[in-house]
Write a new protein. Structure first.
Length: 45
């Protein structure tokens, strides 16, 4: 089960999601980031 493998799952790799994931991972949480686009940061908006 995916939910038992991670302490935090972030949906969306925009600026807020990536910062939340970064802080969580640096704090020792097992973190997963999910993004619907293949390449993070494109297209630039």
């Amino acid at each position: 089960m995916i939910h038992s493998d991670y302490d935090m799952i972030v949906v969306g790799a925009g600026p807020g999601g990536t910062m939340a994931a970064k802080v969580a991972a640096e704090s020792g949480l097992r973190t997963l980031v999910l993004e619907k686009r293949q390449e993070i940061g494109t297209p630039v908006r």
